[in-house]
Design a binder for this molecule. Structure first.
Ligand code: 2AM
Length: 187
């Protein structure tokens, strides 16, 4: 199964983001982007990819311990950015050091549980709102998000998601994310 650990913004933050993204949909080339499904909006902490079901009990155990050791922290949605011409995202501000620490602990938990993780890359908190179909210039979207600040909240849970990729091949169909388990941050 395809798994990743993530942080999910609360309803209010998601509504604010929804309103900002609605404005982006009015851009002339907005149809050239594949907008991510709103029910699935999240900040990935650690992407595990395909994980053998046998590893799941230990993975859950270790992620639970990582959450138990980690403190809750403040976060807010903050401006936008892009990865080349591929992905448009919303950033975060506030407790980024605590978030990076949580991401590192989730990564370490997965490694120790035997998950073959990609080599370590610098953690960059982002919530992907669109991917490109063609070679779109994402800068106007990022400019439009300049100054966007969401209402702060306290991140108090680590969530393990299963990602079910679309099978139908229908254009625009989104992956379906299912919560496997979530743990409170108790450090
Ligand atoms: P993205 O938003 O930057 O694409 C579920 O697919 C989540 O896992 C997404 O947030 C996605 O990040 C992330 N993800 C998917 N493939 C990944 C990979 N190879 N490396 C890191 N993160 C990945």
């Amino acid at each position: 199964m395809r798994l990743f650990a993530a942080v999910v913004p609360p309803e209010e933050a998601l509504r604010e983001l929804g309103a900002a993204v609605d404005r982006l949909h009015t851009f002339p080339d907005a149809d050239g982007l594949r907008w991510t499904g709103r029910p699935g909006w999240h900040f990935t902490l650690a992407f595990m990819g395909e994980v053998d079901e046998e590893l799941l009990p230990e993975l859950r155990e270790r992620l639970g311990r990582a959450a138990h050791r980690s403190e809750s922290f403040p976060l807010r949605l903050h401006e936008g950015g892009h990865f080349g011409r591929r992905a448009l995202w919303i950033g975060a501000a506030g407790g980024l050091d605590a978030m990076r620490m949580l991401a590192e602990r989730a990564d370490a938990a997965a490694r120790r549980a035997g998950v073959a993780m990609d080599e370590h890359r610098a953690y960059h908190a982002h919530l992907t709102i669109a991917r490109t179909r063609e070679n779109s210039d994402l800068r106007p979207y990022v400019d439009a998000l300049s100054g966007f600040e969401g209402t702060p909240w306290t991140v108090s849970r680590l969530v393990l998601f299963r990602s079910n990729l679309p099978r139908s091949g229908t254009a625009g169909e989104q992956p379906r994310y299912e919560t496997v388990e979530s743990w409170p941050l108790e450090g």
